[in-house]
Write a protein that binds this ligand. Sequence first.
Ligand SMILES: [Zn+2]
Length: 319
Amino acid sequence: MTSVDQETEKDKQAFWQKLQAFVGKEIGPAQLSPDEVNIPMIRHWCEAIGDNNPIYLDTTAAEASVHGQIVAPPTMLQAWVMAGLKPRVLSGTNPYEDMNQLLFSKQFTSVVATNCEQTYDRYLHPGDRLSMTTTIDAISTEKTTALGTGHFVTTRQDYFDQNNQRVGSMLFRIIRFRPATRKNPSPHVVRPRPATTHDNSWWFDGLQNGKLFVQRCTNCQALRFPPGPVCPSCVSMDWHPVEAVGTGTIHSFVVTHYPQVPGLEYPLPVLLVDLDEGVRMVMNPIDTDIADIAIGKKVDIVLLATDDELTLPFARVHK
Ligand SMILES: [Zn+2]
């Protein structure tokens, strides 16, 4: 197998050709909306969005409008078919998963959604019952972006009414990309890079310099974590960092088996640790048998470089 560093343009082209086999494939059977288009869901939506257009909820106003009846906000399209708390489980072969596995084989393991476009063919009315099909619409050639190198994957969801007429569609685009190369990977642990912002990068910089910080409000002295610009207790924006001693207690934990993120080792315990200073942090254990993890156990917090530019806290659980 050739390393991805030695890939030629010809290799990349051949790989893209393989990916093209998935374009046009439908992912699973059509999904039927759990409910008809209905007024209660429209009301919740309009309240959440703050949309007071009377054609959505006022029968008299809607009848006097060009629509002649109540219509649903077009942007609710996706909401009608959403699976809610019970995600759809596809049986048998699933071309989307097969496509992902092919992308993972070239280390395109990271994903970020980039854009979404909706098209509406007609307004929906209470009583319409939708179904939706999902199709792999397009896969780009290899592109290099600020995030890394990868392929844009566009899926298309087509929405149909009870007469099988298309009422709208949605293009949803993600990029599957190779995470930045780590020059000197740690033999122990590798972790995905966090999304850093102006408000939290100081905390990660602290770890990189061997210090575990907690934020203290300069006005009311309350400690807080995760880092944020405003004190949740007194809304002051004045704060200073306080170095934590590095000891704590397990408040709770889970041992995750699925879903598995490429690059991490499973089963993966995830701990909620109460620092002795009084704030709570999420971290993975290190040098610890799963059997030794229990609520109330004391931990020492160890800062460990997971690559050249990232250091994270890990919990060494006392025996
Ligand atoms: Zn405060």
